[in-house]
Design a binder for this molecule. Structure first.
Ligand code: ZN
Ligand code: ZN
Ligand code: FE
Length: 753
């Protein structure tokens, strides 16, 4: 006989760990107790030594699906003759430290009950248990307990209470536990928000969708707008009402089999789709799919997710090949999540609302991921991932990082963890800015942390910067945009050592007051040095140039030829007088700031190849250039690398000239687009080689929004690894500005004020 104290650390609270241990101890006939504490879960157990070791092995191999074990620490204790096994109540201050977990897809056990006619929750859209269900989106405060969630509106019935109190039940302390007797209910409303009297709101909603109507569906973190993805007219109707001209819509299909009817699903994609976070995954369309063309025009990919709430499963059961499920918002507004607000804002978009009376406390968009070079890459880290922490290499005083301006997220550190918020959005929108401030407050309260320092972007006019300097009341650290990208990549790899940073994105404020975006840095979590960049180019019209890629094409061609080839296809339909004016502005630097942006070079090439003259959403030209590129193009375009004042300057003029001339000679745009990608990858390796001989650094970090581009990333990775470099890419946070706050926070941790 032996008695052991087993301390388990990791994500072991709020995930059904104690009932799991209780049942396991019962199965092995062991006596003792289990409780939560500030470190994780502590088990005090006695029994036969051999059985004990099998018990520990089973903890590892059978742990609940949402649990993640970091360490198991075992110590022997003197025997005390325990009888039976008990779950001990945790002390209040201990449960307060328990971390709120992310929202999680409905588990297999609950799904089984959902479709079991004999179960008391048969077809109940709000079924959940300790292994699954809403979490982050319904928490109003901590400790994580029913009264501090939006489930406080629903007192438990006797049956649910019995499950809640039974250590052997899958619903022991499942805070959102509910059933048709005591829990939330579905309701169908018309476009004016008035109840439609029907016996079966769900069946009626399915009928509306079948008829081609637009349905607003209340989900976990907000409303979706749904239409039948096989119905071309319905998709066009939604596009028109949503004022969203070309941005792809996300799809939801019932299972992998159904997805395979319209998209290619590899092994890694399947794992991402079916992961507990259930993100939207980018999948290549099949050539013979039958879904509406306007779902994702000019795109080789569909964004697809599997159902993650019981309601989704009921909606999709057998009725549709797939549903369009796009965030319910107009243009740049945030996703609608409060009922009254949704009814108001969506009155002219939705024909009906499938809603319910469980409040959403925190608006949270769907996450977006893709597989790149065989690894998952997050393009948007939100629902399902938040508020899971990222480990930092160092413990520090708490820091708040306020992110950038577009794709904003914020980050809070506590101890050696960094917590990145859900996707907030574009801060120029007033509603988004309000949500930015709420998110800062809410994350502080559920993490119980008061920041002592604030980190912000170097850009003086970002709303986030102004908040940090004028409203936060905290000592501030300004972090250069591309240094933050580099630090974000290093931090997620837990790396304190310096690396060569290849940081390519749209725009970020530089230390010289110019707009950076094609940067070669050498640096670590504390500081950086700029060692190379794209040659500065005038951006005629400033912000307008990001919306009208032809302006960048004009700027480059004027540099190349000293005049504007007005008959180039890139300028089709634009009056010669306007072209001349823009050319003069570029030459004289009137409203034409200088930029080293890689994103703007993508814009110029996309315009030259006739891919995109104007864009309707951020990054569209670069995305469509990637989509049209021939991935097998090998030949390189000419380009120039020169050294000026210790800086390696990449001059794209020759490259742009070559694209233009070949295109005029009739060379296929797909081939030229492919060669453009290959040339950038080759240029990156050239520069990294030069920096390796200068610094002896072998490690390269790739970050910035441009590295959402799978073709460029895969080409660059292959070439760098061939040349003997160790390459760090993102996996836990996005390479775009959605991951920036993590880098800002880390740089502040290493530069305490
Ligand atoms: Zn469940
Ligand atoms: Zn109940
Ligand atoms: Fe950026």
């Amino acid at each position: 006989m032996q008695r052991q104290q087993i301390i388990i650390e990791g994500i072991v609270q709020g995930v059904g760990f104690r009932p799991f241990i209780y049942q396991l101890a019962g199965r092995f006939g062991l006596a003792g107790s289990v409780c939560n504490d500030s470190r994780g879960v502590t088990i005090d157990v006695e029994g036969d030594a051999v059985v004990l070791s099998r018990f520990v092995a089973a903890i590892n191999s059978e742990k609940p699906p949402l649990a993640a074990i970091q360490s198991i620490d075992i110590q022997n204790l003197p025997l005390c003759g325990a009888v039976g096994f008990r779950i001990l109540q945790s002390a209040l201050d201990e449960s307060r430290r328990a971390q709120v977990s992310p929202d999680t897809f409905v588990c297999d056990a609950c799904l089984h009950e959902l479709f079991d006619p004999d179960d008391r929750r048969y077809r109940y859209p709000f079924i959940n248990c300790t292994n699954c269900g809403p979490r982050y989106t319904i928490v109003t405060g901590i400790p994580y307990d029913r009264p501090l969630t939006t489930m406080a509106d629903f007192p438990l019935c006797a049956d649910c209470l019995a499950e809640y109190a039974d250590p052997a039940s899958r619903r022991f302390h499942a805070q959102p536990n509910a059933c048709p007797v005591c829990g939330p209910r579905l309701q169908l409303l018309d476009s004016a928000g008035q109840p439609i009297s029907v016996d079966e709101p769900l069946a009626a909603a399915v009928c509306l969708l079948k008829e081609g109507q637009v349905l607003a569906v209340k989900g976990l973190g907000g409303y979706h707008l749904a239409v039948d993805a096989g119905n071309h007219a319905a998709v066009l109707l939604l596009r028109r009402r949503k004022q969203r001209d070309e941005k792809p819509f996300a799809l939801m299909a019932n299972n992998i089999k159904k997805v395979q009817k319209f998209a290619h699903v590899g092994f890694d994609e399947a794992r991402l789709l079916q992961g507990v976070e259930r993100p939207i995954v980018l999948l290549q369309k099949t050539s013979d799919h039958r879904l509406a063309k306007s779902i994702a025009p000019a795109n080789r990919y569909f964004g697809v997710m599997l159902p993650y709430t019981p309601l989704h499963h009921l909606l999709l059961q057998d009725a549709f090949a797939a549903l369009v499920m796009t965030s319910a918002n107009l243009a740049d507004e945030p996703i609608a999540f409060e009922d009254d607000e949704a009814f108001l804002r969506l009155a002219h978009v939705a024909d009906a609302f499938l809603t319910h009376n469980r409040r959403i406390h925190t608006r949270t968009d769907d996450s977006i991921a893709r597989v790149m070079a065989g690894r998952p890459l997050l393009l948007r880290r939100s629902r399902g991932f938040v508020p899971r922490g990222v480990a930092l290499p160092r413990i520090s005083r708490p820091v708040l990082a306020v992110g950038a301006e577009l794709k904003n997220t914020i980050c809070l550190t506590r101890g050696d963890r960094a917590f990145l918020s859900q996707h907030v959005g574009d801060l120029k929108n007033l509603q988004v800015y309000a949500s930015f401030k709420e998110t800062i407050e809410h994350l502080q309260s559920i993490l119980e942390v008061r920041p002592e320092q604030v980190a912000h972007d170097l850009h003086p006019d970002y709303y986030s910067t102004r908040f940090a300097l004028e409203e936060s009341g905290l000592p501030a650290v300004a972090v250069q945009h591309h240094h933050a990208h580099l630090a974000s990549c290093l931090a997620e790899h837990g790396s304190e050592a310096p690396a060569i940073g290849v940081i390519f994105d749209g725009i970020g404020y530089g230390t010289d007051g110019h707009i950076w975006g094609g940067e070669f840095l050498v640096g670590d979590l504390q500081s950086f040095e700029r060692c190379g960049h794209f040659r500065y180019q005038a951006m005629p019209g400033a912000d307008l140039a990001t919306r009208e890629p032809w302006r960048m094409a004009l700027s480059y061609l004027q540099t190349a030829y000293g005049e504007i080839p007005v008959d180039a296809p890139a300028f089709k339909g634009i009056p010669a007088a306007e072209l001349r004016l823009v050319g003069q502005a570029a030459a004289r630097g009137i409203n034409a700031p200088l930029t080293s942006s890689c994103g703007r070079l993508f814009d110029a090439v996309a315009a030259l190849l006739g891919v995109r003259q104007k864009v309707s959403y951020e990054g569209q030209a670069a995305l469509e250039l990637e989509m049209c590129a021939d991935p097998h193009a090998k030949q390189l375009l000419p380009y120039e690398l020169v050294c000026e004042e210790q800086q390696i300057i990449f001059d794209p003029t020759l490259l742009v000239q070559s694209v233009f001339e070949q295109q005029m000679r009739g060379v296929a745009p797909a081939l030229l687009a492919g060669q453009f990608h290959a040339s950038l990858a080759a240029m990156i390796v050239d520069v990294c080689d030069m920096l390796r001989s200068r610094t002896a650094l072998q490690r390269v970090a790739l970050s910035g929004g441009v590295f959402q581009n799978a073709l460029l990333t895969e080409m660059t990775l292959a070439r760098l690894e061939n040349a003997g470099f160790e390459v760090l890419t993102h996996a836990l946070v996005p390479p775009n500005d959605g991951g920036l706050a993590l880098g800002q926070a880390t740089v502040a941790v290493y530069n305490p004020v």
